[in-house]
Design a protein around this ligand. Structure first.
Ligand code: AMP
Length: 326
């Protein structure tokens, strides 16, 4: 990919060492970060390049994980100092609740993404959760407007950097936010109205992430809801959102189908990829998936909400013809 003129998909985000504790166990300094989850997930469908920073302590075997997935790491900067570290603990009964124990920015504190010529021509761009000013800077560096730009953010930036975030939101096509962030950013309690308010700022789609309740895709003329793939055992939800985004963008970059239906399929594939990530700690499952497993789960997933439609002339099984208002 290094010699090709353009890069199909680019992600700018974090590469991290995560220490997490869940009801299934714990991991210390396990490979993580938004760009890591995103690139592995999308790499199953399209060539992908990463722009991120790591410290001197970044392990050679972790570079090998990128390489095994043929991720372009020409934009992975290695700097003096330690790799970004994040630690969280999940509710022992309710895996949907998470408390951040610490965030050590380390080399990430001075992260200033520098895109090379190929990166500046990326056709699809994912701005993972970083400072909105950096996200804007990446957009400014692009030589051409990509076919699709998607953005992820978090409550931290909504509270402290609303103006900069609003400016990025105006310039992107798809926005990923969780329920609380959507309401907070739009200053609107009703989720659909909140998403529509964000659409009026510029994006063509808002993907509202609702954890184990699935995902809502709000577009101007359509509304689409996908459940989360029902799993009997969730080991570690870390990275589910970024893995979702990787499957979503990987599908779009691979097919180029940006129609409302294309975006809906992308949502389903994103959900499928996210469901693998939560079945293990770190990249353990995402790293070693087989095409057949992904496809089998995609097929099983769409069966979940396949309901036979009402055929011509068919109606619901009313008790009788009279209506309460008659
Ligand atoms: P998610 O579970 O989708 O929210 O993503 C978790 C990943 O995001 C972890 O692998 C962390 O290393 C990374 N992360 C956590 N906080 C930040 C932050 N402030 N900036 C960038 N990445 C972060």
């Amino acid at each position: 990919m290094k010699n090709s003129a353009t890069c199909p998909l680019l992600v700018v985000g974090s590469v991290a060492y995560d220490s997490v504790k869940t009801s299934a166990g714990s991991r210390q300094d396990a490979l993580g970060g938004s760009a890591m989850y995103f690139s592995l997930s999308s790499s199953y469908f399209t060539p992908v390049a990463v722009v991120a920073v790591v410290g001197e302590d970044f392990r050679e075997r972790d570079v090998g994980v990128f390489k095994a997935h043929r991720v372009d790491i020409s934009g992975l900067e290695r700097r003096e100092g330690k790799t970004f570290r994040w630690s969280g603990v999940y509710g022992m009964e309710d895996v949907n609740t998470r408390e951040t124990l610490y965030t050590q920015l380390n080399v990430f504190a001075d992260f200033s993404p520098k895109l090379n010529r190929e990166h500046r021509r990326a056709r699809f761009l994912f701005l993972a959760n970083i400072h909105p000013a950096l996200q804007l800077d990446v957009l400014r560096q692009m030589e051409f407007r990509p076919k699709l730009v998607a953005l992820d953010t978090m409550n931290f930036w909504i509270g402290g950097n609303r103006a900069a975030l609003a400016e990025v939101v105006r310039q992107v096509d798809v926005l990923f936010m969780d329920e609380g962030e959507t309401r907070q950013f739009a200053e609107e309690a009703n989720l659909i109205r909140a998403a529509r308010k964000i659409l009026s700022m510029g994006p063509r789609g808002v993907v509202v992430k609702r954890g184990e309740h699935g995902v809502l895709l709000v577009q101007n003329a359509s509304l689409f809801a996908a459940p989360a793939f029902p799993l009997e055992r969730v080991v570690d939800p870390t990275g589910a959102g970024d893995t979702f985004a990787g499957g979503f963008m990987g599908y779009l970059a691979s097919t180029g189908d940006l129609s409302p239906r294309g975006l809906q399929r992308a949502v389903v594939l994103g959900s499928v990829m996210g469901s693998f990530t939560v079945e293990s700690f770190s990249m353990e499952r995402l790293h070693a998936l087989r095409h057949e497993e992904i496809e089998a789960r995609y097929r099983a997933f769409i069966e979940l909400f396949k309901v036979s439609p009402l055929r011509n002339g068919q109606s619901l099984p009313w008790r009788n013809a009279a209506q309460p208002s008659d």
